[in-house]
Write a protein that binds this ligand. Structure first.
Ligand code: PMP
Length: 428
């Protein structure tokens, strides 16, 4: 039980994500979580609309995932991966190779989403060294993209609403393409493809790869776009001889209604990153998969090896729980769960667009987004939502949910009703 003194310690000594040490936003003490609910330490349950930032897809405190962790702790919690291998890593590697499109067969097990993006960027750089081509040090990415908080990942994140300004002197300068317009069903603007082509062609001799989030741009704006753009991007990369990286850290493992968002367009990248839901939200783990051709070329570079190897690479506990999470997915209930969520959000969340304070609403799979006209006052909104027994954390103008797949219809309805209440109050 955290005492008021403990909470004061938290405020004074612990950084929370993107918070001020001078004037931190409130942090609510959560004592436990089960299914789709977080329990505050005073016992109040909150229906979780965030799935702990996309990760907890099977719900909290899942008996099968718990068991996977218990069993693995009894064997070994960690062992270095240099010169050693183990069943949890091999089983997870097999599952990832089986679930992802066929050419993606080489797996790097990284410790977080951002690190898996660094790994992808490094692989692209070493790929060109392997081909004996010099000067390919830059990347192209979409505006409004978000790829993580480490430096390489930040450098390919949107230059305006990302963190470029703060770290400009240190960050590599990359090439930004206008993002596809909003709308899964909006027809493809061929003039945009022509502009991409011009920009990519102009920079091709310095580009190592193009990196994008397929179909849904997450933290950079919760933007959903027509998957057909990915097919155009793939052809441009083929034509101009550029590698294509898909970041499916947020979208992977069913969230958009397909196992991977790239499957909305049947487009396959050369390198793929996954994370977040990989362990069902139990532990930090991510993976970078690449084709055999990329892997072999990387190793023809001067180094002769791929130059990355973190201490906690392929942590057995994380791998074991990830394998259990992927097994749960492969039992196949997720498509129905996502369809049910999508149908209810289309019925109840899309109409929030009629409220004056709301600029736009959009839904895809298990993702529901309300874009407000004005930035939200997070502390105030969150207090109201907690008063109604729900956990949703808005940022900027974005008020969005991506609940655990196991959410019950009445819970989802309550989340959306609470969003409606907040939007209506904001309008008056
Ligand atoms: N890429 C995308 C698309 C993400 O949504 C995120 C996390 N929000 C990351 C990369 C970074 O992952 P992590 O927070 O695990 O480092």
């Amino acid at each position: 039980m955290l005492t008021p003194e403990d909470l004061a310690f938290d405020r004074e000594h612990l950084w929370h994500p993107y918070t001020s040490a001078l004037n931190p936003l409130p942090s609510y003490p959560v004592a436990r979580a089960a299914g789709c609910e977080l329990f505050l330490q005073d016992g109040r349950p909150l229906i979780d609309g965030m799935a702990s930032w996309w990760s907890v897809i099977h719900g909290y405190n899942h008996p099968r995932l718990n068991q996977a962790v218990f069993d693995q702790v009894a064997q070994m919690s960690h062992v270095m991966f240099g010169g050693i291998t183990h069943e949890p890593a091999v089983r997870l590697g097999q599952a990832l190779v089986r679930m992802t499109p066929e050419p993606l067969t080489t797996v790097f097990l990284a410790d977080s989403g951002s690190v898996s993006v660094e790994v992808a960027l490094k692989q692209a750089l070493q790929y060109w060294q392997g081909r004996g081509v010099k000067g390919r040090y830059r990347f192209a990415a979409f505006r409004y993209g978000y790829h993580g908080d480490t430096f390489g990942a930040m450098s390919v994140t949107d230059p305006e609403n990302g963190m470029h300004g703060l770290f400009a002197g240190f960050l590599p300068s990359n090439v930004f393409l206008d993002a596809p317009p909003l709308g899964y069903d909006m027809p493809v603007e061929l003039s945009l493809i022509t502009r991409w082509r011009e920009q990519l062609a102009a920079h091709r001799h310095e580009l190592a790869a193009v990196i994008v989030e397929p179909v849904v741009q997450g933290a950079g704006g919760m933007r959903i776009y027509n998957p057909a753009y990915l097919a155009h991007l793939r052809s441009l990369c083929d034509e101009l001889d550029l590698l294509l990286i898909f970041d499916e850290i947020a979208t992977g493992f069913g969230r958009t209604g397909r196992l991977f968002a790239m499957q909305h367009a049947q487009v396959i990248p050369d390198i793929l990153t996954v994370g977040k839901a990989l362990t069902g939200g139990y532990m930090t783990l991510a993976a970078t998969l690449c084709t055999r051709a990329v892997a072999e070329t990387v190793c023809r570079s001067e180094a002769g090896v791929f130059m990355h190897g973190p201490t906690f690479m392929a942590n057995p506990l994380a791998c074991q729980v990830a394998t259990a999470s992927l097994e749960l997915l492969s039992e196949g209930r997720w498509p129905e769960q996502i369809q049910a969520m999508e149908a209810m959000m289309r019925n109840l969340l899309l109409p929030l667009a009629e409220i004056d304070s709301v600029a736009d609403t959009r839904v895809l799979g298990g993702i529901g987004v309300v874009e407000m006209r004005q930035p939200m006052r997070v502390a105030e909104v969150q207090k109201k939502l907690i008063g109604r027994g729900v956990w949703i954390r808005p940022f900027g103008k974005l008020f969005y949910i991506m609940p655990p797949y196991v959410i019950q219809p009445e819970q989802l309805r309550h989340l959306i009703d609470s969003m409606r209440a907040v939007c209506t109050e904001a309008a008056v």
